[in-house]
Design a protein around this ligand. Sequence first.
Ligand code: NAP
Length: 287
Amino acid sequence: MNKLKIGWAGLGNMGTPMALNILKAGYELTVFNRDKDKEQELIAAGARSAKSLQELASHCDVVFTMLSDDKAVKSVYNETDGLLSGSKTGTLMIDMSTVAPDTSRYLSALCKTKQVSFLDAPVSGSVQPAKEGKLIILVGGEAQDFEKAKPILDVLGKLALYLGTAGAGSSAKLAINYLLGINIQALAETVLFAEQNGISKENMLTIINEGACGNGIIKLKTPAVLNDNFPPAFALKYIVKDLKLAKGAGLNSPLSNPLLNTFEAAAADGLGEEDLMAVIKYLKSSS
Ligand code: NAP
């Protein structure tokens, strides 16, 4: 059994497989999720359940959060009944959610007032790499805290990269998700354009994937496009969130605004809970 006691708040699509990997690596794990049903898989695998965020923080040496968005993270950290109401001096908090760099800096400063350390450590990679412990983890904060966290991060990812002070991980995450959004919309538009001119999506996807344009994300989304079925690995509402955060962090490049407009319109069309590749349905219906 590894000595550090680990806490985990947020057992959604990503948090569940990541927390399971912490358990499998032999750490004592305590979990907290708002919807208690989602704790059952972890409890069955050997985790204990905390009654409150306060209890989670008071019991653990290192506490991970993997939550929807900035609002959720701020409320979970809050000082009245959240993590920071229970944390001890020297606790290390690691937020792996995708949030604004400003939010990461705010949380870092808030933690400092409680003598608590903080790392922003968002991830690149979706549910499958999360299950396989092959995420890419983008870290901002103090270098010494990164060194402390590294053995645990190595359980979750194939690469944990230290990028600089608080907020650096979140900045890098927004940049890589911009490229993700571009890839997804470009794939959707290419397949629809080909179909419009009599080329089947099967043939077009073969052409893409056999050549240099067939990158990892396109290969990953090929079955969804072929089957016209988009169960959420990365929900479309979350790319809207991330593109808005990127805009808030200064992204104003030629492709960025039309990209955000498209995904926002797809979400408004009722596709927010489907995988982001479902943007192809919106583009097809609106062409
Ligand atoms: P998800 O399945 O929607 O899970 C969200 C989690 O946040 C749930 O545990 C939810 O609790 C919790 N939560 C939301 N609001 C809360 C609040 N106010 N208080 C307490 N808990 C709250 O999301 P996900 O797909 O795991 O993504 C989590 C984060 O990782 C997001 O920031 C996302 O952008 C990022 N991310 C996702 C992927 C991906 O492929 N899915 C990849 C990389 C990064 P309940 O169960 O109680 O609602």
